[in-house]
Write a protein of this length. Structure first.
Length: 400
C-alpha cells in the first residue's frame, strides 16, 4: 500500500469535513421542517375545536350553517380565553316559553293516538308552535315491558308513538319526573328514555343515574342560554328510594331531596341566562298550593331559578310573581282522559316571555278538554276563563 503525500492527506481531511457538515445541515433542516409541521397541526386542530363548540350551540337551537376559517396568525399566546361577562338580560333578546300540564295516552286519548299521532295535540298545536320552546309533563311510561307497580291505583303506559304525537303537537321538551314515570318498573323508565332517543325527543328529570336525572336541558335561543330542570315531590312513600335516581342507579329526580335540587339549580345558574324548574308537586284536587309547594318554590328561586312551574293537582292552581321570579303552582291536566268535572277539564297554555332574568310578561291561553284534547276557548268563554284563572292567585301569596 503506497503512502499518501501531505497534500493528499489534507485534501482527504477536507473532504471528510465537508461530508460531515452536509450531514449536520441536513439533520437541522429535517428537524426544522418537523417542528413546522407539528405547529401547523396544532393550529388546525385548534381551529377545528373552536368550530366544534360553535356547532354545539347551533345544533341546540335547531340551526345549521357553514363556517369558513382563514388562519393568518403566525404567533401563539398562552393567555386562557375567558367568556365575555353577561348582564342580567343575557343577549338582550326576549324568549317566549310555553308550558302545558299533565299528559298521558290512556282511554280516549289512546284511541286518538292509535288513529293518528297528530290528533291528541291537534287543537292546541298552533299555540305551542308559536312559542320559542314548549314543554309539558309526560305522566306515563313509554314501554311495552314491565309489570304494574303493586299497590298503585293508577298505572299508565303508552306506545312509542307518544313521542311522535308530542313532536307533531309542537312540544319541544317533556319532564318524566312524576309519580307515574316508573309505573311499570325501572325497565319501563329505561324504555321511555330509549324511545325518546329514537324519536330525537329530549326529556328531563330522569336518567340512568342521578347525574343525568338532575341535569338541566340546555338550549340556546336567540342568544339566550336557557336551562330547564325537573323533579317530583310526589312519589308514593314506599317507592321514593326505589324510584329516585342515584349513583349508577336509574330513576327520576326527586324534589324530596331539596338540597340536591337546589345545588343543581345553583350550578345551572352559573352558565345560564334563564333557569326554569318544572316540578310535580302539591295535593290532588286542591285549588290552592300547600305549604310544601310554597317552601320549595322559594328555595329554588333563592338558589337562582327564574321560573318555577308545576303540575299534579289535576286542576289549575294560581300563578304570579314572587319577587323578580315567576311561579305557577298548578297547570292542570293537558292531554288527559278525565271528563269527570269542570275543574279537571279546564286547561290551557301558560306563556312566559323572559329576557335573561327579567320576566317581561305572562299570559294564560285558556282551553277545555274535548275528547281528551285541549281545545282553545273563544269569545266570552275565553274571557271568563282568563278571569277565573287570575282569581286563583288570591291564595298563593304571589303578586300580579
Amino acid at each position: 500500500m503506497s503512502s499518501l503525500t501531505p497534500e493528499e492527506r489534507r485534501q482527504r481531511r477536507e473532504t471528510r469535513r465537508r461530508r460531515i457538515r452536509r450531514r449536520r445541515i441536513g439533520a437541522l433542516v429535517f428537524l426544522a421542517l418537523a417542528a413546522a409541521g407539528l405547529f401547523a397541526g396544532l393550529t388546525i386542530n385548534g381551529a377545528r375545536a373552536d368550530r366544534g363548540v360553535l356547532g354545539t350551540d347551533s345544533s341546540s337551537t335547531g340551526t345549521t350553517g357553514t363556517t369558513t376559517t382563514t388562519t393568518t396568525t403566525t404567533t401563539t399566546t398562552t393567555t386562557k380565553p375567558t367568556e365575555e361577562p353577561r348582564g342580567r338580560l343575557g343577549s338582550g333578546r326576549a324568549v317566549t316559553l310555553a308550558f302545558g300540564g299533565d299528559v298521558h295516552f290512556e282511554g280516549i286519548v289512546r284511541s286518538r293516538l292509535d288513529a293518528s299521532p297528530s290528533l291528541p295535540f291537534a287543537p292546541i298545536a298552533p299555540v305551542l308552535r308559536r312559542a320559542d320552546l314548549a314543554m309539558v309533563n309526560l305522566e306515563t311510561t313509554v314501554s311495552y315491558r314491565g309489570s304494574p307497580t303493586r299497590g298503585k291505583d293508577y298505572t299508565f303506559r303508552a306506545p312509542p308513538t307518544a313521542f311522535a304525537a308530542l313532536k307533531s303537537g309542537g312540544v319541544d321538551l317533556a319532564t318524566v319526573a312524576n309519580n307515574h314515570g316508573v309505573d311499570y318498573g325501572i325497565v319501563s323508565l329505561l324504555d321511555t328514555l330509549r324511545y325518546a332517543r329514537r324519536y330525537h325527543f329530549p326529556l328531563v328529570g330522569g336518567g340512568l343515574n342521578a347525574t343525568q336525572a338532575y341535569a338541566p336541558y340546555k338550549v340556546m335561543i336567540k342568544g339566550q342560554r336557557i336551562s330547564i330542570l325537573a323533579a317530583s315531590q310526589v312519589i308514593d312513600s314506599n317507592l321514593i328510594s326505589l324510584w329516585t335516581a342515584g349513583p349508577g342507579k336509574p330513576g327520576i329526580a326527586s324534589a324530596f331531596e331539596v338540597g340536591r335540587l337546589t345545588a343543581a339549580v345553583r350550578a345551572a345558574r352559573k352558565k345560564s341566562d334563564t333557569v326554569v324548574v318544572y316540578l310535580h308537586y302539591g295535593e290532588e284536587r286542591h285549588g290552592c298550593p300547600d305549604s310544601m309547594q310554597e317552601s320549595i318554590a322559594r328555595s329554588l328561586i333563592a338558589a337562582g331559578a327564574d321560573i318555577v312551574v308545576g303540575s299534579h293537582a289535576h286542576q289549575q292552581q294560581g300563578a304570579g310573581r314572587l319577587g323578580q321570579a315567576f311561579v305557577d303552582y298548578g297547570l292542570g291536566n293537558f292531554v288527559w282522559y278525565s271528563q269527570g268535572s269542570v275543574a279537571s277539564t279546564t286547561t290551557g297554555v301558560l306563556e312566559v316571555t323572559v329576557t335573561g332574568r327579567r320576566i317581561d310578561g305572562y299570559s294564560w291561553i285558556p282551553a277545555t278538554l274535548i275528547n281528551g284534547s285541549p281545545t282553545p276557548r273563544t269569545g266570552s268563554a275565553r274571557t271568563a276563563a282568563i278571569s277565573s284563572w287570575r282569581s286563583l292567585r288570591s291564595c298563593t301569596n304571589l303578586g300580579p
